[in-house]
Design a binder for this molecule. Structure first.
Ligand code: AGP
Length: 607
């Protein structure tokens, strides 16, 4: 969850590094630094705080040099401080490294290095890399890095420069993302695509333990035996704009408004003659017959999407589905075997717990289907089958368009499985597909109809607690709405299955308590009405979400926001929109850092 950038070429490196790091601040931003080499001299400038604080450290004289590495950090080992910021230098000062990940055996390595006389300046695990490199330095950077890597256990994406080698640098990844940008007489490394998009769209996607050797003219990729690895160039289609704010105040608002397009991009190409067609997908009628159980495993928002997936797959395909939080799943010795399908859901495709759950399932013989947003991410590459959500880059830490495209993918997958198991009548499948096609336009009109949300958020953004209630699919969306509010406005919130209220939580309801009541499920509507009355009787202020045309809800709720009419099974993708917007405007009214909420990182690549 840190951001790395490296550059070698005809430009001054420092400005390229800084611009790249700014595009990666969502990956971590409690400290930052760069190291550049000029005239065989390494200059390291780093600081606790944001990139803006780093620029202040230059005091007007930006370091010169055509080779450099940069880093923006989300602390894991060692609190945010200047000393713990990256890059880390060797004792000679000749070598500088940046690292994203966790070196699990760093204490043993640190002890060995101290015994050999190396002096440490930080509390980080990363610093062992700089001293190991010095220890192994035999004049060949690739050799040196290979020896270092062989000592490391854990996850790492590393960039390394050496002042005796001003025309080259090296990099490697294992379990942490790293890409290579191929330019004209200039080359780059970066943790993620937006960092280098303004310079090149041509990238190499790296696999674990592939060593990258870069000069201004060429990029070589080698295995640990220094054997060359041939790779195809991946052409990035995103425009720089797509990774910028596009005129919106925050990435999150931009990404909320991008949902119609994102859902359309995810759904439309997969509907072919009333059937669902996925690109990299090997599950067919016979292999699905072999599947006795499905697990959906994910974290956070992706987990909430997985809950909707369970509901849909069980309803349409009649296959048992269990949904698990990845950090729990991986430690509870789940009953997984060759007849299990494990669906891994992840926006970043790099979440450590989710990646570990994938590997655990694979070890047990399961078939892995990944639903991810980042092309070429670790989870995508380690799964047997992959369905990409085509949401485009999601920069805001709070997930919105990734969630709705995950839901859209779950709808497609559940229909697909329903058709393959023949448990979903083709007539119903056809109607569902027709409604799926209409969803992007419904999201668009819904967003346009929610002007009132901003005013309502202004009334409630100082609340101490806000509750979310729902039944069935509405409960699953309530969980997501509550998470959105918590993570960006820091308002305490709980989501409850409405039927659960009387078993304890209703004790918390008092006069003026704000309660969102999601009441879009026709067959559960009467039940929801009584739950609304229960909380109203205790003095709650109820804000309801219901389907257009529902007049009855007005008799009990204080405020109602309507979603366009749609079949119950497909409501989630619409119901979440007002909740996303409410959370967004509350955060703005509270002056929170909407795109980079405190304590959070966009991709949690450490456990
Ligand atoms: C969502 O708003 C959060 N930022 C967080 O819960 C996120 O969904 C979770 O960390 C999983 O991330 P992933 O989808 O990249 O695996």
């Amino acid at each position: 969850m840190c951001g790395i950038v490296g550059y070698i070429g005809r430009k001054e490196a420092a400005p390229v590094l800084l611009e790249g790091l700014k595009k990666l601040e969502y990956r971590g931003y409690d400290s930052a630094g760069i190291a550049v080499i000029a005239n065989k001299k390494t200059t390291v400038i780093k600081t606790k705080g944001r990139i803006a604080d780093l620029e202040k450290k230059f005091e007007g004289k930006i370091p010169k040099g055509n080779l450099g590495i940069g880093h923006t950090r989300w602390a894991t080992h060692g609190a945010p401080s200047d000393a713990n910021s990256h890059p880390h230098a060797s004792n000679s000062g000749k070598i500088a490294v940046v690292h994203n990940g966790i070196i699990e055996n760093y204490l043993d390595l640190k002890k060995m290095l101290i015994e050999k006389g190396y002096k440490f300046a930080s509390e980080t695990d990363t610093e062992v890399i700089a001293h190991l490199a010095e220890m192994y330095d035999d004049g060949d950077l690739v050799n040196t890095l290979i020896k270092v890597v062989k000592d490391l256990r854990g996850s790492f994406a590393i960039g390394l420069i050496h002042e005796d080698h001003p025309d080259e640098f090296v990099a490697v990844r294992k379990d942490s993302p790293l890409i290579v940008g191929v330019g004209e007489k200039e080359n780059f490394i970066a943790s993620d695509i937006p960092a280098i998009l303004e310079y090149t769209r041509r990238i190499y996607l790296l696999n674990d333990l592939e060593i990258v050797h870069l000069t201004a003219e060429k990029v070589e990729i080698l295995d640990l035996n220094k054997k060359k690895i041939e790779k195809n160039i991946f052409e990035v289609e995103w425009d720089v704009e797509a990774a910028e704010k596009n005129g919106y105040e925050h990435f999150m608002l931009k990404e909320i408004h991008e949902q119609p397009k994102a859902v359309q991009n995810t759904v439309t190409p997969r509907i072919v003659n009333n059937d669902i067609v996925f690109d990299k997908f090997s599950i067919d009628e016979s292999s699905l017959k072999e599947i006795s159980k499905i697990f959906v495993v994910a974290c956070g928002t992706a987990y909430h999407a997985g809950m909707v997936g369970k509901y849909l797959i069980e309803n349409f395909a009649r296959i048992p589905v269990e949904v698990d939080i990845a950090s729990e799943f991986r430690y509870r010795n789940p009953i997984v075997d060759k007849n299990t399908l494990v669906i891994i859901v992840s926006q970043s495709g790099e979440t450590a717990d989710t990646l570990a759950a994938l590997r655990e399932s694979k070890k047990k013989g399961a078939k892995i289907l990944a639903i991810v947003n980042v092309v070429g991410s670790s989870i995508a590459r380690e799964a047997d089958d992959v369905i990409y959500t085509w949401a485009g880059p999601e920069i805001a830490v709070a997930s919105t368009k990734a969630y709705t495209t995950q839901l859209a993918t779950m709808y497609l997958l559940a229909i697909k499985f329903g058709l393959l198991t023949k448990n979903l009548p083709t007539s119903r499948a056809r109607n569902l597909i027709k409604e799926l096609r209409e969803i992007p336009a419904k999201i668009d009109s819904l967003i346009g109809s929610l002007k009132e949300i901003e005013t309502m958020a202004r009334r409630h953004h100082c609340e101490k607690d806000i509750f979310y209630l729902g039944r069935g699919l509405d409960y699953m969306v309530a969980l997501e709405g509550s998470l959105k509010l918590k993570e960006i406005s820091y308002i305490h919130s709980e989501a409850y299955a409405a039927g659960e209220l009387k078993h304890g939580t209703i004790a918390l309801i008092e006069h003026g308590t704000v309660v969102f009541a999601l009441a879009t499920q026709d067959e559960l509507f009467e039940k929801m009405l009584s739950n609304i009355k229960e909380v109203k009787a205790r003095g709650a202020t109820v804000i309801a979400i219901a389907k257009e045309g529902n007049e009855k809800i007005k008799e009990v709720a204080d405020e109602v926001f309507y979603i366009p009419n749609i079949t119950d099974a497909l409501t989630s993708i619409l119901t979440v929109i007002p909740l996303q917007m409410f959370a967004y405007y509350c955060a703005v009214d509270k002056g929170c850092d909407v795109d980079k909420p405190r304590n959070l990182a966009k991709s949690v690549t450490v456990e």
